[in-house]
Design a protein around this ligand. Structure first.
Ligand SMILES: [Zn+2]
Length: 130
């Protein structure tokens, strides 16, 4: 189980991560959909570059979409912090393991603060998806 001190540390990490991603999402979405295009020259000599631009726009949007998923994971993780279940592997808990044996390692949480599963279960989950 994580101590109160650990919980508040990870809460801070989650809040900082969320703030950073939110900033990025707004910036990326703005760049992908927003201005700049109307000032571009539409002359035929630029046709070859248009493909690249479309690709980059698509890429930016996809990154933003991915960020939205991470943001949702982060807000779920913050809810778990409030509920006091943060840091417990969901799959281990489902299997009926006691909280003392379903704790996600802190090294993993530092790498992925919104992780839902311990390394072992994440591996199992990935294998079952493939
Ligand atoms: Zn687990």
């Amino acid at each position: 189980m994580l101590s109160k001190k650990d919980l508040s540390e990870f809460k801070q990490i989650l809040l900082q991560l969320r703030a950073r991603i939110r900033g990025d999402v707004e910036q990326l979405t703005g760049e992908a959909l927003g201005g700049g295009m109307e000032t571009e020259s539409k002359s035929p000599t630029h046709l070859a570059e248009l493909g690249t631009e479309a690709y980059e726009q698509d890429f930016s949007l996809r990154v933003a979409e991915n960020d939205q998923e991470v943001l949702k994971e982060i807000s779920d993780a913050l809810k778990r912090v409030e509920a006091g279940t943060y840091g417990q592997c969901e799959m281990c808990v489902e299997e009926g393991k006691p909280p003392s044996r379903s704790t996600i390692r802190k090294t993993r949480l530092r790498a992925i603060p919104h992780a839902r599963n311990c390394v072992e279960c994440e591996r199992k989950r990935e294998e079952s998806v493939i």
